[in-house]
Design a protein around this ligand. Sequence first.
Ligand SMILES: C[S@@+](CC[C@H](N)C(=O)[O-])C[C@H]1O[C@@H](n2cnc3c(N)ncnc32)[C@H](O)[C@@H]1O
Length: 350
Amino acid sequence: MRSGVLVFVASVCAAQPRPVLPGEIPPSLRREGWLEAIEQSTAQRLRDGEWDHLIHYALQSRAFTKLPPIEPALSALDFHNSGRIPRDAALRLDAFHASEPKAGRHAVLRRKTGSRAQLSSEYQRAMTFLYRKEWESKKLEGPERRDFVSRLYQTRGHSTDTSPEAAYALEIAMNILRGLRPAQRFERVLLAGPGLDWAPRTGLNEDGPPRSYQAETLRDSFRKRSLAGETSLRIDCVDVNPRVVDALQALGMNAYRMNILTQRLPPATYDLAVVTNVFPYFDDNELGLALSNLTYSLKPDAVLIHNELRPAAEDWGRRLGWPVLHARTHSVQGEPGLFDALVFHAATKR
Ligand SMILES: C[S@@+](CC[C@H](N)C(=O)[O-])C[C@H]1O[C@@H](n2cnc3c(N)ncnc32)[C@H](O)[C@@H]1O
């Protein structure tokens, strides 16, 4: 009974992110004023990302107008070629601005909207980025194109986009994990940046509430493979976006607001950490910071899984004592010719 109480207290209190102290950053990564600068740029990128979602919604949603939906990337091309907001997009922005807040996504996004002029300026900002990502990048090939898109991602607004494919990638990851560590139990799991299918750039579907596929399927995936005991598994989700955290908490999940670049969780807490499609938003040094913060809260025999094939991930893993244990690519579900990666890190035995 006594130990049961202790376990309960420990599991409730574990996931409280706290600011990383400059002295905890590996010497090769320390930079004067860096953490404050990252906090500021994260706030700006969160803001931009939320407005990107709003513009994508205004262009695609059928909830407030009968005007046909517009594919944002095509609108970005029109905007670039004509040098002004295309008429079909302007009409949709007018209709969105004139609509009364209804329910669900529409109500939240409509209430966020300020003046009509602000909608135009956010449209122009969002489309300028989208043009560069979807069209300008296509003028390049191979490594040049990859570098161009990588650099764009490292400063773009923070998107919370996620999809069923992200849950499928987790299923593959859990199969591999079972093979790598056949006898190990993973009771405490950290899911960093689970995302929320809120107002995506393509394929907006408003039939149901926004989904967070990875957070929703991780528990089932564990059960199917007996990766943890029936009752002992605890999954903690952390995300820098409060909208994602609120949505997960409303679904009864353990979710906390945390910037994995500037905060860390208690040491040696988790058996497994999973983080996909988050690292592309970080430059190489920030990636080192994220890996340093995440591995700090892992137990010595834990595993960290991500999908970043950039050499910097391998390099920082080695320097932090968490080298790559295994990596592989797989086809993206439903996207012939498209591949994603899975990279597994484990601590060097000391
Ligand atoms: C593109 S979504 C990826 C969602 C999901 N993991 C997937 O693979 O589909 C990136 C998520 O990471 C979160 N994120 C970005 N930077 C972060 C940071 N510094 N700390 C914590 N979460 C972050 C975003 O808010 C968003 O929810």
